[in-house]
Write a protein that binds this ligand. Structure first.
Ligand code: F6P
Length: 344
């Protein structure tokens, strides 16, 4: 078997571990692995790199992706014929597409509507891919944010300040909820549940009344600035969408900080963690998860189980139809409820 591997969408820690797992599984079984560069764009533009033992050695711990990535959409770009022809020309029996929910949707369409032999692997720091419990990349992002909150605690305490920390997560609050709980945040604001500015002010003031003169507020980039009178505002950067028309998020931290400072009178600062959450070395959990996902994807490809995505259910590595993957997985609100016990 000749198996292709590509990484698409935003990068995240653990991609190289997953690429390595697919390639090493293939090599061990006497199969051949080939890397496709820049996601589906590599198939449209004949951009490949052989994944032999040497190429995939020493990459387990490296962040980013040795294959580069892009959000290229063959259907939208009118490149489906070229992509299908690449399977013939390269004698590809299967391609493993490692990506987020958007990539899983592209993969689903290419498989269902155009019959391409594709298998999905879920990755993203956002943990918002349906059909699986956890994506790799998420644990690393949570660790980065937790470390940042720990650091912000000492400076917040020294200056009696409110510190607002804006984290990524797109339209879900997974990173905010997990890192907020791990870092002992005094308030967590996520897209899945409205928290008004007035409610945050009430909690912060209550803390001050109890002698706690500082507060850490974690806010997810996709959360809306909401007020008690029912007004809700989605804050977005000047450029509201990226080159593929997907909404860009960011700015809620500064907007919220300014409201809190004005309403409480407490000095407030904002930290936007941004792409730091996506870069660098994967945690051991993400390395293990990415390796298990990569190995599972190889098994699915070998068995001809196309149109499916490798999935983690509890401790079991299994698979689900790609249709499951494209349903956005919202945060487990039970985690937020526990985190709330520590708010005031
Ligand atoms: O999906 C991963 C993610 O980092 C989101 O959390 C964030 O909203 C988005 O990608 C940022 O995208 P870009 O790297 O294109 O700015």
């Amino acid at each position: 078997m000749r198996i292709g591997v590509l990484t698409a969408g935003g990068d995240c820690p653990g991609l190289n571990a997953a690429i390595r797992a697919v390639a090493r599984s293939a090599i061990q079984q006497g199969d051949e692995a080939i890397g496709i560069r820049r996601g589906y764009q590599g198939l449209a533009e004949d951009d490949y790199v052989p994944l032999d033992m040497l190429r995939v050695s020493g990459i387990l711990h490296q962040g980013g992706t040795i294959l580069s990535t892009s959000s290229f959409e063959p259907i939208r770009e009118g490149a489906v014929e070229k992509v299908a022809a690449a399977f013939e020309e390269q004698r590809l029996d299967a391609v493993v597409a490692i990506g987020g929910e958007h990539t899983m949707e592209i993969t689903r369409q290419l498989h269902t509507d155009h019959g391409l032999p594709l298998v999905g692997v879920p990755k993203t720091i956002d943990n918002d891919v349906g059909g699986t419990d956890f994506t790799f990349g998420f644990d690393t992002a949570v660790q980065v944010v937790t470390d940042a909150i720990d650091r912000l605690h000492t400076t917040a305490q020294s200056h009696d300040r409110i510190m607002v920390v804006e984290v990524m997560g797109r339209n879900t609050g997974w990173i905010a909820a997990y890192a907020g709980l791990a870092g002992g945040a005094d308030c967590i604001v996520i897209p899945e549940q409205i928290t008004t500015v007035e409610e945050i002010c009430r909690d912060v003031t209550r803390r001050h009344d109890r002698g706690k003169d500082f507060s850490i507020i974690v806010v997810a980039e996709g959360a809306k600035l909401a007020f008690a009178d029912g007004e809700e505002r989605l804050i977005q950067p000047v450029k509201e969408s990226d080159e593929y028309g997907y909404p860009r998020l960011g700015g809620i931290g500064a907007a919220l900080a300014s409201e809190l400072e004005e309403l409480t009178g407490y000095e407030t600062r904002v930290t936007v963690l941004g792409h730091v959450q996506r870069g660098g070395t994967p945690t051991s959990t993400d390395r293990v998860l990415a390796s298990l996902y990569g190995a599972q994807a190889y098994e699915l490809a070998k068995a001809g189980e196309f149109g499916r995505m490798a999935a983690l259910h509890g401790r079991t590595m299994t698979s689900v139809p790609l249709e499951e993957a494209v349903k956005v997985q919202e945060v487990d609100l039970g985690v937020l409820e526990i985190a709330k016990r520590f708010f005031t």
